[in-house]
Ligand binder design. Structure first.
Ligand SMILES: *Cc1c(COP(=O)(O)O)cnc(C)c1O
Length: 404
C-alpha cells in the first residue's frame, strides 16, 4: 500500500508518510478524525476477540482510537521504537510511565534540571508512595552513576534541559544504568527524533511532550511514550484504566503538524545557531546557553549524540530583572508566552514560565539567573529575528534606569 513501508526511509519521508496507510478511508489521502466513542460488532465472537486483544480493532474510545493510533505509529517509526502509547499531555505520559513502573521502596535517579512538572512528580508526589527520588546535579556524570550504582529501578534523563540547555551523555549513563539493571527513560522533547534518538543509545523508553515540537503549532496538547514493547504494554494498560487518553481531534492536529516536523526543526535549529552566535558577545548579554556553541560546557557531548542542537536557546541579560521588563516587550516577533517548539517564536523568563513554582532561591540553586530569557526560535526568516533582537536590546539599553 502507498506509504506502507517507511522503515528504511529517511526521517523527512517518515514524517510525511509513516503510520498512515492502514487508516486511509475510501481513497482519502488524509487520515480521518474518528470521533466515535464506541465501535459496533455484529459478530459477538469477533467482538470478544478484539476485547481480548487477539484481533486488531477498537472497542471504546478511552482504550484506543484509529486517529490516535496513527499518531502513535508515526512517532514510533520516527524514534525507531518497538511500540508506542499516547496520553492527553506530556505530563500525563511522564506521570503515567512513572506510576506504572515504580513500586513502594523503589529508588529513582534523575537530574535537578528536569522539566518543572516532572520535578514536582519526583519531589512532591512519588514520596507519598514511599518512592525515593535522588535528583543529581545535571552535568555531574560521576554523581549520577554513583547514585545509580547504589540501586535504582529507573534512571530518568532529559537532554537538552529546560531552560539552561544542559547536556548529559546518554550513551555513558545508559550503559552505567544497564550494568546495574536499572531502566532508562529519556524525555526527548527538546531534541526531537530529528536531532536525537535515545533508543539507538540503548534507552528503554523515550517520552515526548507532543505539545511542543512534534505538534509544532501550539494548538494541541499531547504526550507519548515509545520503546520496549513489554514496558509500553504495561504503560498502555495503566493509561486505559487511568483515563488520560489523547483526544482524536488533538491527535489529528499533532499528525498534521508532524508532516512538516523535519522542515520546521531543521530551520529552527539553523536559526537558533545563528541567533546564539549573534547574542554571544553582545555587550548587553551576560551569557548565552546553547549546546551548539563551542564554549558550551558539554558541547563535545552534544556533537556526539545530536544532529543539530535544537530550536531553544536561553540568554541572560546584564543588569537585574528590570532589564527583562525593559527588553521583552520590545520584541515584535515573539509571543511572550509559556510554550515552546511552535512555528512562532516564543520568549519568556523562566520565573514566569517553566520554573514559576520555584522560589528565587530555588532558581538560583539551579543556576537560573533572574535575567534569563528562554527563546524558542520559530520558523520566521532568521534575518528578521536577528534584527528584532538587535533593536530590542538597543532600546533596552536606552532605558534611563538601567544604565549608570
Ligand atoms: C512541556 C514539557 C513537558 C510537559 O508537557 P505537557 O504537554 O505540557 O504536559 C515535559 N517535558 C518537557 C521537556 C517539556 O518541555
Amino acid at each position: 500500500m502507498r506509504g506502507g513501508k517507511t522503515e528504511n526511509t529517511r526521517l523527512g519521508t517518515r514524517s510525511v508518510w509513516a503510520g498512515e496507510d492502514q487508516y486511509l478511508l475510501q481513497g482519502a489521502t488524509q487520515v480521518p478524525v474518528v470521533h466515535s466513542v464506541g465501535y459496533g460488532y455484529d459478530d459477538i465472537d469477533q467482538w470478544h476477540e478484539v476485547a481480548l486483544g487477539i484481533r486488531h480493532g477498537h472497542i471504546y474510545g478511552r482504550n484506543t482510537n484509529p486517529t490516535v493510533h496513527v499518531f502513535e505509529e508515526k512517532v514510533r517509526l520516527l524514534e525507531g521504537a518497538e511500540a508506542a502509547t499516547s496520553f492527553s499531555t506530556g505530563m500525563a505520559a511522564i506521570s503515567g510511565t512513572l506510576f506504572t513502573l515504580l513500586r513502594p521502596g523503589d529508588r529513582v535517579v534523575s537530574l535537578v534540571d528536569t522539566y518543572g512538572g516532572t520535578n514536582k512528580i519526583f519531589s512532591e508526589f512519588l514520596p507519598h508512595f514511599n518512592i525515593e527520588p535522588i535528583l543529581c546535579p545535571t552535568t555531574d556524570h560521576e554523581a549520577i552513576i554513583d547514585a545509580v550504582e547504589k540501586g535504582a529501578k529507573i534512571l530518568y534523563l532529559e537532554t537538552p534541559t529546560n531552560p539552561t540547555l544542559k547536556i548529559v551523555d546518554l550513551k555513558r549513563l545508559i550503559e552505567a544504568a544497564h550494568r546495574v539493571g536499572a531502566l532508562v527513560i529519556v524525555d526527548n522533547t527538546f531534541a526531537t527524533p530529528i536531532n536525537q534518538q535515545p533508543l539507538s543509545f540503548g534507552a528503554d523508553l523515550v517520552i515526548h511532550s507532543a505539545t511542543k515540537f512534534l505538534g509544532g503549532h501550539a494548538d494541541a496538547l499531547g504526550g507519548i511514550v515509545v520503546g520496549r514493547a513489554d514496558l509500553v504494554e504495561q504503560i498502555f494498560h495503566y493509561r486505559e484504566i487511568n483515563g488520560a487518553t489523547l483526544d482524536p481531534m488533538s491527535a489529528y492536529l499533532l499528525l498534521r503538524g508532524m508532516k512538516t516536523l523535519h522542515l520546521r526543526v531543521r530551520q529552527q535549529c539553523t536559526s537558533a545557531m545563528r541567533i546564539a552566535q549573534f547574542l554571544d558577545g553582545h555587550p548587553d548579554v551576560e551569557t548565552v546557553y546553547y549546546p551548539g556553541l563551542p564554549g558550551h560546557e558539554n558541547h563535545h557531548i552534544a556533537v556526539q549524540q545530536m544532529v543539530q542542537f535544537g530550536g531553544v536557546l536561553s540568554f541572560a541579560l546584564k543588569g537585574g530583572f528590570e532589564s527583562v521588563r525593559a527588553f521583552l516587550p520590545n520584541l515584535h516577533y515573539a509571543h511572550l508566552a509559556a510554550n515552546l517548539g511552535a512555528v512562532e517564536t516564543t520568549a519568556g523568563p523562566p520565573r514566569t514560565t517553566s520554573h514559576v513554582e520555584l522560589t528565587r532561591e530555588e532558581r538560583e540553586r539551579l543556576g537560573i539567573p533572574e535575567t534569563l530569557i528562554r527563546y524558542s526560535v520559530g520558523i520566521e526568516d532568521p534575518e528578521d529575528l536577528l534584527q528584532d533582537l538587535a533593536q530590542g536590546l538597543e532600546q533596552m539599553a536606552y532605558e534611563p534606569d538601567l544604565r549608570t
